[in-house]
Ligand binder design. Sequence first.
Ligand SMILES: [Zn+2]
Length: 273
Amino acid sequence: MNSAACDNPSKDGGSLGVSGDRSPGEGGREKTAYLTIDDGPTPSTGRKLDCLVARKIPAVLFCRGQAMEEDRAAVLDAIKRGFLIGNHSYDHPHFSDLTVEAACAQIRRTEAIIESLYAEAGVARPAKFFRFPYGDKGALTFNDVLAQPTAEGAARKAAIQACLRELGYSLPPLPGVTYPFWRDCLAREVDWYWTYDVREWALEATPPEPDLRTPADLWARMEIVDPARGFGLNSSGSDEVILTHDHAESDAIFEEIIARLQAKGLRFALPPF
Ligand SMILES: [Zn+2]
């Protein structure tokens, strides 16, 4: 996999321009992908952003509040280079394990950190986006986001969604994302889920996932053609919200993940806002 473009960022690190590429809207049926990167910042965030800038790929970085406090410079750099900073909670709990009050405190604490970073960067904050750690929306359904919650779970989830709305968080309409599980379920909520998880985190998972032990397993998974189950990278039917991670264990393959996605002809764009 040729990743030479990522090895030669411009001297000042470079930026994406004012706001990166915008969604083509309903007219173009070019397949668009919205890249999201969770869990930063980390010591290698800047190197990952160099790779994206070299390829002119915009992204939403869903950052942890605590990590942002510990490395404000990395986030300031990302903001100034045109990346959009999203809220990924303060310290990455399972929201189903929290009271509603504690869940909202996680959101608010991180919201204040992001606000202060945009102010310090002198950049207008373009939008407020949120992603739940582990995709756990607090509905007590744990690892199955589409499972029907109990009445208690549904009430908890609704209360947390209301907290996000009050703070101005949104999931913009992404009309090109046409998977039924997105259009009929996930698109109705305020937070950002995803349509395709690269699952590079599974390479270091304990216990290991039986079918995801090596990068080759990730690449093979990318070739699956089964849009009904969300494996649509190779099909033109729906746009994608792609989930990757800013994790140390997958640093070595980040560039190859991006290169392989780009080689599929996906057109990376920032969401409309
Ligand atoms: Zn996360």
